[in-house]
Design a protein around this ligand. Sequence first.
Ligand SMILES: NC(=O)C1=CN([C@@H]2O[C@H](COP(=O)(O)OP(=O)(O)OC[C@H]3O[C@@H](n4cnc5c(N)ncnc54)[C@H](OP(=O)(O)O)[C@@H]3O)[C@@H](O)[C@H]2O)C=CC1
Ligand SMILES: CC(=O)N[C@@H](CCC(=O)OP(=O)(O)O)C(=O)O
Length: 345
Amino acid sequence: MIKVGIVGGTGYTGVELLRLLATHPQVQLQAVTSRKEDGMPIADMYPSLRGRVALAFSAPEKAKLTECDVIFFATPHGVAMAQTPELLAAGVKVIDLAADFRLQDTAVFEKWYKMPHSCPELLKEAVYGLPELNRAAIKDARIIGNPGCYPTTMQLGLAPLLKAGVVDAGHLIADCKSGVSGAGRKAEVAMLFSEASDNFKAYGVSGHRHSPETVEQLGKLTEQKIGLLFTPHLVPMIRGMHSTIYARLTKELDNAALQALFEDAYKNEPFVDVMPFGAHPETRSTRSSNMLRIALHRPNDGDTVVVLVVQDNLVKGSAGQAVQCMNLMFGLEETTGLMHVPVMP
Ligand SMILES: NC(=O)C1=CN([C@@H]2O[C@H](COP(=O)(O)OP(=O)(O)OC[C@H]3O[C@@H](n4cnc5c(N)ncnc54)[C@H](OP(=O)(O)O)[C@@H]3O)[C@@H](O)[C@H]2O)C=CC1
Ligand SMILES: CC(=O)N[C@@H](CCC(=O)OP(=O)(O)O)C(=O)O
């Protein structure tokens, strides 16, 4: 059994990890931290876990994290990097759901996250945790920088086009929408019911920290220089993410050939569903599951390909992807504990 610890178990990705790991056949939950709820039984806070998780939250300083095989950090940016050197020295693997280990360039991290990086020497070793594009490296990793939710949709939506060299990589557009749980469980006025429901708005239009992460990773797929316009929006739903991605074709390709590019790229991927050409994927078709669905369109048979991508931000967009990485790091079948059917309606 893999001994697992979770730092930040009271938050939305923390409880999602708990939901997935509670039924994972190879996992034993050892420690789940909360600074505010030290001693509280986890199932008292989350009754969905009654009868499934017997542990109580413990304060981070009391939790015996170095006795675990792997620690998931479901915490704000900056928490994982402070503890990772000590954990690695004790032989513990680290999967950070925040951004401490996503970017390779320390200066880029410090610019976007507005804090110094406390262990920049580990950025070279850290592996970007997107299994569909980085599986071999994940298997051997000690530190995973789990991707952001928006970047997961943008990369999986664009990878087949960039790898095949059939689009202008300098002028990519991603118009993305997230449910409110993407902002986490912390109290914030903009996320109150009366503020976020019955409302729709863009944010971060002049620059969002998921742009540098996405550009860095997309740059590995092509010789062209990446130019990306990324606009996130907040939609009044709890879970779910919908990204509409536009790319200009630079090669003559009919719709069947375009579709074949995606079907070939993802034919062996258990968590990427390429829907029929022209389909309209719905966020709810992925709800509570690790599935990401993609559909292609070619408006007016012109030279723009539109890629629609949906996922659950809390599963493939964070906790599910992190468990997928853990399975790879410990030599398990990648799908272990992750084959839930989405919840519809
Ligand atoms: N929500 C989403 O859809 C996604 C989130 N992410 C990333 O995952 C991470 C977690 O997100 P999310 O679950 O939404 O966040 P939440 O705000 O819901 O939860 C944060 C958790 O971290 C704990 N925490 C906060 N500060 C510290 C600290 N200094 N030391 C130890 N624990 C701390 C909190 O518990 P307590 O205060 O009791 O200690 C809480 O359990 C973030 O970095 C986020 O950017 C990534 C992809 C998608
Ligand atoms: C709706 C909403 O607010 N979403 C978050 C994305 C959360 C996430 O995945 O990002 P990080 O892990 O990089 O913080 C945001 O835009 O900040």
